[in-house]
Design a protein around this ligand. Structure first.
Ligand code: 5RP
Length: 228
């Protein structure tokens, strides 16, 4: 479930600011979503100007954009570590815990972001919150959707199967799975909820990213605030 959109100018400022921190020779995780897309476009311009990087896409959408703007790509399966990942978020708490997965790409995003020496989140101010409270996207094996729904309810959540915008069927992830958006209300203990969700059989990945972000670049009208 997508967070309500913030200003594109703020997203652009955040994305470009984070792209500026990439160094020559870096393997760069390329996040998914409208804010990360600004970073990918900025990297494309930097590559045109001579920067030597290889991108690792977190989704087909990020891969297609990277190809379009000329960022050279390598396979996630071919790299053991990533220098820096730049990725968006649907919510960022005071202690840099995240909810991700508005674009249903969080399974691959988690692999890439966790493998990065430096994981930089890019966001506009609408994503900032004291306590996470948006529904947590949970990617599930299609045949496990009923059992996972029950387990989510047992953990105090209300799961809703994500449907495509045209409402003519469920959203299917790049991995061929389904997404349950799970409302828990205010999440006061994200780490323990993250562990609970991760241990439910049939869950491929959930959108709680706890203890992974190293910095958040928040775009504002008058510049970028970096939170660490
Ligand atoms: C995709 C994500 C995105 O990073 C998140 O939804 C933020 O997107 P946007 O920058 O368009 O607001 O987690 O799975």
């Amino acid at each position: 479930m997508k967070a309500p959109g913030g200003s594109d100018a703020a997203k652009r400022r955040a994305g470009e600011h984070a792209a500026d921190t990439v160094s020559d020779g870096d393997v760069v995780g390329l996040g998914t979503g409208s804010t990360a897309a600004h970073a990918i476009r900025a990297l494309g311009r930097a590559v045109d100007a001579g920067l030597d990087v290889r991108g690792v896409a977190t989704s087909y959408a990020a891969r297609d954009l990277a190809r379009e703007v000329g960022v050279p790509l390598t396979d996630l399966a071919a790299v053991e570590r990533i220098d820096v990942a730049i990725d968006g978020a649907d919510q960022v708490s005071d202690d840099l815990a995240l909810i991700k997965g508005g674009g249903a790409a969080h399974a691959r995003e988690k692999v890439v972001d966790a493998a990065a020496d430096r994981f930089v989140v890019v966001a506009d101010p609408s994503k900032e919150t004291a306590t996470l409270d948006r529904p947590v996207p949970v990617e599930v094996l299609p045949d496990a959707r009923a059992t996972v729904r029950r387990a989510v309810r047992d953990h105090g959540g209300t799961p809703t199967l994500r449907t495509a915008e045209r409402k003519d069927g469920p959203v299917v992830t790049d991995n061929g799975n389904l997404v349950l958006d799970c409302a828990f209300g205010p999440i006061t203990a994200p780490e323990s909820l993250a562990t609970d969700l991760a241990t439910v059989p049939g869950v491929v990945a959930h959108g709680l990213f706890v203890g992974l972000a190293d910095a958040v670049h928040v775009g504002h009208a008058d510049g970028v605030r970096v939170r660490t």
